[in-house]
Design a protein around this ligand. Sequence first.
Ligand code: GLY
Length: 372
Amino acid sequence: MTDTTTVAIVGAGVIGLAVAWRAAAAGYQVTVFDPRPVRGGASWVAGGMLAPVTEAWPGEEDVLELGEQSLRRWPSFAADLAAEGMDPGLSTAGTVVAAFDSADAGQLDILAGYLHRLGRQASPVSGRQLRKTEPGLAGAVRSGLLVPGDLAVDNRALLRALHAAARRRGARFVAERVRGLDHRTVRTETAEHRFRAVVLAAGAWSARLHPELAGLLRPLKGEILRLRARRTTLPPPSGTIRALVEGRPIYLVPRAGGELVLGATQYEAGFDETVTASGVRELLEGAERVFPSVAEYELTEAKAGLRAGSADNLPYLGVLGDGVFAATGHHRNGLLLAPVTADAALAWLAGAPTPPGVSRAHPGRMRSEERV
Ligand code: GLY
């Protein structure tokens, strides 16, 4: 394709914006469709963890490897974005995982053994050693893992930076809902637009827009809280704290200026984005047990988002039958996978080979498998 190719991107969350920025910077004429760009989707709600190792799960080695591929791209992705004028707030402070009771410690031992067999860097430590890294952790925390390679980014700074950079590079934003895709024609409520290439990055809504994705995506609701340390409280942790509290996973991700993101619930509730009282209670109870000072923090926000869950937790990255490129199904890893996804979409636009690990995420893998 030539450098004047017109490209439509459906969705202006982290994936759509990352593709828009990279494509516009590469000289493509980019139009992004989203009725609520930047703030409307799951990436605005995210914790911001870039954490392939602490998200790892036995049997999901492809997800781990793709995540690591993308994590390696993150420092230059962030530096390139900062050079466009806005710093996305990449934090290299690392991650600790805390086990609250002895059953949680047993679960963490299983994860540590699995990561060790795969040769990943995750060091088991006692509760006391863990508190040397994060002094605000409760005395009851039994044991933990140090995972210095799992990073974090300020999701909202990132989204604003991507949006600004894409616009600066000439991407056009149309604040309309896409009603349908017909080959490379994008239909909104008011018009039809024809493009040479279309990238579908509408998260959990993507399945409604393309028949080949029907039944392959399910919304997975996640609630988060935002809190702020006060003058009289301990500051937030220096890096990400993940914890298992009586079997329930939570995470606390610090932001600049004393802010803390506390997440996240995960359950299926269709397209419902209501924050429930039980979700808030679950998060606060868990957080208070491992990091007691949060009880004194100011509660500034409660919000829910919808992860785009795929059938096997790998995203769908690749061209569909009618020439639309799918960039969706990122499940819990949208922010982490943004750089590799953008590179995959750009490779497709240029007719270049896909980055390593991406071909395994081709949506065609599901054709003969069970649908979700
Ligand atoms: N990436 C963490 C979450 O989806 O809650």
